[in-house]
Design a protein around this ligand. Sequence first.
Ligand SMILES: NC(=O)c1ccc[n+]([C@@H]2O[C@H](COP(=O)([O-])OP(=O)(O)OC[C@H]3O[C@@H](n4cnc5c(N)ncnc54)[C@H](O)[C@@H]3O)[C@@H](O)[C@H]2O)c1
Length: 372
Amino acid sequence: MVKQTSGQKIKRVAVIGTGLMGHGIAQTFAVMGYNVNLLSRNKTSLEKAMRDVEWSLNKFVEKGKITEKEAQTALSRIIPTTSYEQAAKDIDLAVEAISENMELKKQLFAKIDQLSPIHAIIATNTSTLSVTEMGNATKRPHQTVGMHWFIPPQLSQLIEVIKGNDTSKETLDAIMELSKNLGKIPILCKRDAAGFIVSRILVAVFNEAFWTLHRKEASKHEIDASVKYAGGFPMGWFELVDFVGVDVEYDVSKILYNSHGERYRPLLELTEPLVKANKLGQKTGQGFYDWSKGRPNIPAELKEKYDVERSWAVAVNEAAWMLQDNVADPKSIDLGMKLGTGWPFGPCEYADNKGLDNILSTLQSNYGRYGL
Ligand SMILES: NC(=O)c1ccc[n+]([C@@H]2O[C@H](COP(=O)([O-])OP(=O)(O)OC[C@H]3O[C@@H](n4cnc5c(N)ncnc54)[C@H](O)[C@@H]3O)[C@@H](O)[C@H]2O)c1
């Protein structure tokens, strides 16, 4: 077997894909001293990505986080290219951040496998797809791994590191160590389970809010006001779905339902009409809320209208499933929710503080009423 690359020895990285995530990932590597081959399939998008990096580096300079010289040096470390051969040349790691499509990702993994040095690790930034399946498209599945960044990659502290079925311990260790060297806090997802850690808990909580609305137990304003102003979460659930993208939530919820079953039954009659009408949330100006004039107004006086314990109970329940299935440990789950989404507590610590008996009673009461 080929000797694995340790996090410390990773020097040159290919970042593939220049959409929302790719340029931020490339920038993070470059600022932290890594050489980056940044690949896009077309020149226009590549030029835009380089402009985006430059703009973002300037923001860091304005805020005094880096000097102008450091920004210039970081920029000079990124080699933009449209050639896969050039992108894969002499790399120790490839991070793929192309569209969320398994066929495209498998083709890319196979191509990078053919073109890159034998010791290189191939990582995917997928939010939902199987790391194992992508790894199986290569001849080095033990050197493939999930490296799931959060948006915006330049600022978010969290990285989920996902073990595919064949990922070796050396590969995992290398990516955990590398993430720390990038100044991030990595959490380990020990199994290639759909939704990994953070998205899985979020979608469970979104679903609970959707059903509550659907059953007319509370309005979206009431739910969001309670979640924000009574629960201390940074955004209401409908506000957050709009922020993430109703289409993204819609796709992920179906994947989670197929993988994890009944408790993820998505309420498609709520989200599908929005997706079909291109009401995708903030990015299209309209979703659950109207974003055309900025952030929606969620009146704080509605903050007692929805019992936030219901959201917590669902989050704790999902965390319990992860513990049972050996997907993650409690500390990683809690860190993930706090760093990835700004939750005031992690679900495991919340459960311990609140009392597991109380959480159980909320879950049993909901299950008794709704069978979900
Ligand atoms: N947007 C987020 O908040 C977010 C967060 C974490 C992870 N992710 C994941 O990161 C990945 C990228 O997401 P995004 O939001 O940047 O997507 P995006 O749609 O903004 O960008 C994807 C880019 O990949 C390009 N592309 C497609 N096939 C390619 C190929 N074979 N070679 C090179 N480029 C190719 C597309 O042209 C596009 O520019 C996805 O897997 C997504 O699930 C996204």
